[in-house]
Structure formats: structure tokens, C-alpha cells
Design a protein around this ligand. Structure first.
Ligand code: UDP
Length: 468
């Protein structure tokens, strides 16, 4: 092997900001073994337990450096989780700087790739003579929104949800202001101000990686890569998601259950690593699933009436979520459904032939995992950019059904039963399944040796090698 090219990668604390960057690193060194990654890992409280199996299977050319954990008690309480993660990252900056100083004193590093919440660290890239990149585990549509938000902010005086016209971004499906990501729903909030600052910073990096691929988001990606628009360089390198091998062992009871079900007969229901419902909404969902009379595999989480992302940092570990299900629900549905408390091996589930639909909160990782396994969706966005993802899935790609939220703010049981039936047995569902199968093929192709995402990553790797 020729000369080694060294790069630094910095994820953020919190499962969903840690895992994608690790997958990016794995993909990079797998395709380009002459690149060596040093991964500097910040920790808020403790490392998410689901992250541990992933770290145990890292290849030799990814080194890890664990930073001293930030104590959650040193951070303001009661702020949104994403604010907490960003503040934790700000706390980690001195130790990141210290680590960078130490490693670059021995070896020259060409580039720094950071998670979007670790963007402060890019201020050190210049000091240590590195090119600067952000890895956003998001869609091209969401990145387009990020890059255009500073301008929209200047041009708009009201909250975006009151805009009379749909928001139209180059190449993207138009969406209503109320479907804009959660961080832009209250422009007076600290979260909005922090986000805006980050998105403005994006314009000054050497490049931005996104977890999407040309065939999935052709319009938005072409617009982002159109040189006339003056965006920073954008590299779609996805779909990069976890493989079933990363899933913790010992959680396989549900897979055994799936083995006994008919092909395409089971609806998988899960709200990502953090999604929670209110008690009332949980009751409606339970009754809706029962009413649909379809088989289901539901990852049940304890309800939270205040916050949809209440479990994001694994705060709910001690509570048994099954106690919040309606009385005798488990008994009544024991032939129809399987419930798994809090966490399930999602990729293994989605790759199982018994699974025919996925009721999802539309986190981008879950979305891509479903695409990669050709499973059509019921979209139930909760927080972050999930509403935007739901619009892309339902209105642009037409691979998902979005249940109506009633005037009382709840998706009611009848509506749930209806969409489950439409997806699992109707012609409409069949069409969506076909479209999803096409996207599955396109996703697999994007990652082949001559696939669009592979080629994009290789162009960049070659450039880094030439700089080194
Ligand atoms: N996940 C899982 N089991 C669960 C819930 C989530 O393996 O019970 C994984 C899922 O496969 C995905 C990630 O956690 O890779 C969730 O990421 P996503 O972007 O969908 O949502 P977020 O957690 O960021 O809201």
C-alpha cells in the first residue's frame, strides 16, 4: 500500500449524531484502505449502549479517541435535547482542540469531517492545516433548506407556518411552512438562533456530505451541485445505514416471531431512537392497530405528554413501557401482534420478508433503511426535520401515506386502521410497494463500484490523497 492519508472525524454526542458519522468513516476506509481515520468521540453522560457493538467492529484503519464525558448536570436543564447536545459539544471543544494539537504534532492530517453539531470544531481546521467538511445525515431537501434558511430568514417577517405560499426551494418538492423542520417553528427560540448560525457557517466549509443519492433526490441534488448557484461543494454519498450485523445480539425474539409470519404481512411500527407519543395518542395507536386487523410488530416506548423526543438520550430506561398500553391489549392482540419494549433490531426487522410496511416517525436513517429494503411507509413525523421527510416521501416519491391529524391534535384509531389497510392490502399500497422496490434497486446501485455515491466519494478521496 502507498502513502497513508490521515483524516480526522468528529461525531456528536447522542446515538443519531454518532452512528451516521461512524458509518461514513467505515465506508470511506472500506473503499479507500489507504485512508486512515482518527475518530474523536465526545460523550454526554455515557456512550449510548446501542453504539457499543458498532465500535467493537471498527476496521483497523479507524482509530478512536474518547473525550472526557460531559456531565449532563453541568448543562442547563429543561432545554430541548438538540440544544443539550450542541451545548455538550461546546463543552467538549477544549478537549477536541487538545486532542487535535496532540495528534497533528506527530502526523499531518489532510481533512476534518465533523457531524453538523460539532461544527465549532471546524474553527480549528485552519489552525491545523486541514480542509473542512460537514457530514449531514440528512436528505438533500433538508440541506437545501439549511443553506437557504438565512435568506428566507431575512425575507420573512412572520413565523414560517403563517406564510400563505408554499416554500419552494430549487429542485425540491414545495412544502408548507408548518412542515418546515421543528427548529424553525419558533423563530424567537434559542434553538432557531443556534440553528441559523450553524447553517450560515455551512457556506464557508470546503464541502458537505449528505446521506442521499442521485436517483432518490435527483431534483434537489442537481440544484445543490449546480455551480451557478454558488453553494459549497455537496457530496451525496448515501444511502449509508447500519447493517443488521451492528444490532445487539439477544434481542432476537421478535425476529423469531417474524419467521412464523407470512411474507409481507407485518406492519413494523417504530418512532426511532427518541420518539414518544402522549398517553392518549398511544391508546389511539394501540386501538387503531387492533382495529386494522393486520399483524404488527411495535416498538413501544413509555408515553410522554410534553416532549415528542423524550427518549432521545436514552432517558427512559427504567420504566416498563408495556404498562402504558390499554387494558388487556396484549392479551387481545397476542395472535396478531408482537410488542418490543423500547428498542428493536430495526435493520434485521426491515430486511425480513414478513415485513410489508413500516409506520415510521420519518427519521432520515429509518427512511433510508426502509428504502434499502423496499418497504413502503406510513409517515408519522414527530420532531426535527421529520415533517419535511414525510412530504418528500408522500408527495414527491409517493412511497408513503400520511395519516390525518384530527382537530383534537390526535391521529384517531379509525384513521390509523384505514391507512394501515390502505398500505397493507389496497391497490394504492401495492403501487407504493412497487415504487419502493424500484428505489431499493436504485439505492443498491448507488453503492456499487460504479454507482453515483461511490464515484462521488472516490473523487474526494483522490483529491485528499493528492493534497496529502
Ligand atoms: N433504531 C433501532 N432500533 C430501534 C429504534 C431505532 O435500531 O428500536 C435505529 C434505526 O435503525 C436508525 C436509528 O436508530 O438507524 C434511528 O435514526 P433515525 O434517523 O431514523 O431517527 P432518530 O433516532 O434520529 O429520530
Amino acid at each position: 500500500m502507498g502513502k497513508i492519508t490521515h483524516i480526522v472525524v468528529i461525531p456528536s454526542a447522542g446515538y443519531s449524531h454518532f452512528v451516521p458519522v461512524i458509518h461514513f468513516s467505515k465506508r470511506l476506509v472500506e473503499l479507500h484502505p489507504e485512508i486512515h481515520v482518527t475518530c474523536i468521540i465526545p460523550i454526554l453522560g455515557s456512550l449510548p449502549s446501542a453504539a457499543k457493538p458498532i465500535l467493537q467492529t471498527l476496521p483497523q484503519n479507524i482509530n478512536t479517541v474518547f473525550l472526557p464525558p460531559v456531565n449532563p448536570n453541568d448543562l442547563p436543564q429543561g432545554v430541548p435535547v438538540v440544544v443539550q447536545i450542541q451545548l455538550a459539544m461546546a463543552h467538549s471543544m477544549p478537549s477536541i482542540h487538545h486532542t487535535l494539537k496532540s495528534i497533528t504534532s506527530k502526523t499531518p492530517y489532510v481533512a476534518m469531517v465533523v457531524d453538523s453539531f460539532a461544527m465549532h470544531a471546524l474553527d480549528f481546521a485552519h489552525e491545523f492545516n486541514m480542509l473542512s467538511y460537514v457530514y449531514f445525515p440528512i436528505s438533500a431537501t433538508t440541506l437545501s433548506m439549511h443553506l437557504n434558511l438565512p435568506l428566507l430568514d431575512e425575507e420573512t417577517s412572520c413565523e414560517y407556518r403563517y406564510l400563505p405560499e408554499a416554500i419552494k426551494l430549487p429542485g425540491c418538492v414545495p412544502f408548507h411552512g408548518r412542515d418546515l423542520y421543528a427548529q424553525a417553528q419558533d423563530r424567537t427560540s434559542q434553538l432557531y438562533q443556534m440553528s441559523l448560525k450553524r447553517y450560515k457557517r455551512c457556506w464557508f466549509v470546503n464541502g458537505i456530505f449528505i446521506n442521499s443519492f442521485l436517483a432518490l433526490e435527483t431534483g434537489p441534488i442537481r440544484a445543490l451541485r449546480d455551480e451557478d448557484r454558488g453553494y459549497p461543494a455537496v457530496y451525496p454519498v448515501g444511502p449509508l445505514v447500519q447493517s443488521g450485523d451492528d444490532d445487539a445480539k439477544g434481542l432476537l425474539e421478535c425476529v423469531t416471531w417474524l419467521e412464523k409470519q407470512q411474507d409481507g404481512s407485518v406492519l413494523y411500527v417504530s418512532f426511532g431512537s427518541g420518539g414518544t407519543l402522549s398517553q392518549e395518542q398511544m391508546n389511539e395507536l394501540a386501538c387503531g392497530l387492533e382495529l386494522s386487523n393486520h399483524k404488527f410488530l411495535w416498538v413501544v416506548r413509555a408515553p410522554n405528554n410534553a416532549k415528542a423526543d423524550a427518549a432521545y438520550l436514552g432517558a427512559q430506561k427504567c420504566v416498563d413501557p408495556l404498562q402504558f398500553l390499554p387494558c388487556e391489549f396484549l392479551e387481545r392482540t397476542k395472535e396478531k401482534g408482537m410488542v418490543v419494549p423500547s428498542w428493536a433490531p430495526q435493520v434485521q426487522i426491515l430486511s425480513h420478508s414478513s415485513v410489508g410496511g413500516f409506520l415510521t416517525h420519518c427519521g432520515w436513517n429509518s427512511t433510508l433503511e426502509s428504502v434499502l429494503h423496499g418497504v413502503p411507509l406510513i409517515t408519522w413525523p414527530l420532531y426535527a426535520e421529520q415533517r419535511m421527510n414525510a412530504v418528500v416521501l408522500c408527495e414527491d416519491l409517493k412511497v408513503g401515506l400520511r395519516p390525518r391529524v384530527g382537530e383534537n391534535g390526535l391521529v384517531e384509531r379509525k384513521e390509523i386502521a384505514d391507512v394501515v389497510k390502505r398500505l397493507m392490502e389496497g391497490r394504492e399500497g401495492g403501487e407504493m410497494r412497487k415504487r419502493m422496490k424500484k428505489l431499493e434497486v436504485a439505492a443498491v446501485n448507488a453503492l456499487k463500484e460504479d454507482g453515483s455515491s461511490t464515484k462521488t466519494l472516490s473523487e474526494l478521496a483522490l483529491m485528499w490523497k493528492n493534497v496529502a
